[in-house]
Design a protein around this ligand. Structure first.
Ligand code: DAT
Length: 172
């Protein structure tokens, strides 16, 4: 059975990983965290001194993902989305969290003050939503609120329903 690929994006801390793991455990979808994939394969191209983190080698990440994405049924999790081939993703969900809630989540994360402020700004200026809208057909990009466990549960149900419907619509 052919299954769609789902891209889950948003500012760090909005709940992508938490949601993805739950989605993967309740469906037959494969879950790929691009940050973990890059770390395992050392898919980096230098180091960003300002942000104190390795720079993703986007071409090698795309190569590493290619076979699985062509098979379908993948949920990709990353705080960026403009370098994936557009045809890979059938739907894009952008998780959104209110700044005050996000701030509280970061306070307990051990992030430096700079990283914390950068991520809050990223959410305020809806950087990931704009990136998704610029990179994909607008009608496949959806924002989902992710402020509390109830919203997370709603998001899981909404995404699973969407996938179920997609499979029905695309099975011959
Ligand atoms: P991300 O993968 O987007 O960086 P995460 O899944 O690691 O985010 O979540 C960051 C923290 O926030 C983690 O401690 C779990 C918590 N969290 C995530 N989604 C939540 C939600 N909808 N309600 C309450 N807490 C949430």
């Amino acid at each position: 059975m052919w299954q769609p690929n789902t891209l889950l994006t948003g500012t760090p801390g909005v709940g992508k990983t938490t949601l993805d793991k739950e989605l993967a455990s309740r469906s037959r979808l494969k879950y790929i965290n691009v940050g973990d994939l890059a770390k395992e394969g050392q898919l980096y191209d230098g180091y960003d001194e300002e942000y104190d983190c390795p720079i993703l080698d986007e071409d090698r990440v795309v190569d590493a993902l290619e076979n699985q994405m062509k098979e379908g049924g993948v949920i990709v999790d990353y705080h960026g989305c403009d370098f994936f081939p557009e045809c890979w993703c059938h739907i894009v969900f952008v998780l959104r969290t209110d700044n005050s809630i996000l701030y509280k989540r970061f306070e307990t994360s051990g992030y430096s003050e700079k990283k914390l402020q950068d991520n809050i700004q990223c959410e305020i200026f809806q950087v990931l939503y704009e990136e998704a809208m610029a990179s994909y057909r607008k009608d496949i990009v959806h924002q989902l609120p992710s402020n509390n466990p109830e919203e997370q549960e709603n998001n899981i149900n909404r995404i699973l329903k969407w996938i179920e419907q997609w499979i029905k619509d695309n099975s011959s």
